[in-house]
Design a protein around this ligand. Sequence first.
Ligand code: SF4
Length: 324
Amino acid sequence: MHGSEFDPAHQIDRLRAPLFLSWQLTRDCNLACVHCCTDSAPGRRLKDELDLGATLAVVEQILAEDIPYVMLCGGEPLVCPHFWTIANALGAGGVLLKIETNAQLLDDEALKRLAELPIRSLQVSVDGDTQEVYQKQRPGASLKKTHGACALIRAAGLPLEVTFAPTRLNIHEAEAVITRARALGAFRFNTGALMQIGTAARHWQKLEPTREQYARFVTVLAEQSKVAPEQMEICYAPFDLQEGMRRAVVEPPATLLVLPNGYVKVAAAISLICADLRESSLAHAWDAYRLAWRTTSVRLAVERVIANQSEHQKANSWQILNAA
Ligand code: SF4
């Protein structure tokens, strides 16, 4: 079943392939952040992550399906041994790339290589404006190194996007990070409510911002949105996972979310897996994804995460969807 055989209930049913693929290359990371939503940390590579051959098979299918835009993320994508092979092959095929990184490994050499690729965004996490606050959230990481990497990104002529994950530890520095992002030359500042998934869920009691902190945060975002939006846009909608799921159930995004072992997840906030790229093609995964959004299992899972935020903490306990 592919393309026109779908009765178009959603806009995705009219598309023969996804418009965007978000690919978690590895769960491994060089940092162990307290707010991580993917349970990443040093040495936390999954036992069954795709090997080079399986990875290249996915790359070939991305090119064959003409998927225009791919995000490489993790974990930290730069610690994946296949990162450069994947990025170079996709780039050579004309696929636009977004790379989500903590920037600790971005040096001159890496930036030189990235500058040869069709990069639409290098998204760097900047979760604080002082080393003291930044390292509470990202133990062992250097804010100076992150700022230095952002400067190198701009010096290489590459598009910089800054992302900020608010917690009780850093939310008071949000405005300073926005000001910093402007000074660094970012084209976008990206944020939203903290997700109760992965490591963040385990530290929830000490991380979740209070209602008052969130209210002040949103006021700051609204005010800052009016400052030179042509230079840097401030993105914070949908603000939380529930709002995102409410939108997705009406019009599911034309996005495939691929996990490090080749599983394809229906949505970040729910645990259901609709395909496995080790066993089936990307074209089949796209059909399975579109079909998934018509199933009672997905509808019920979405209703549960909309009704109850604490349901989000089950999102990384993957379950195979039985669409029959
Ligand atoms: S938040 Fe990002 S940098 Fe931090 S542990 Fe998770 S994947 Fe690594």
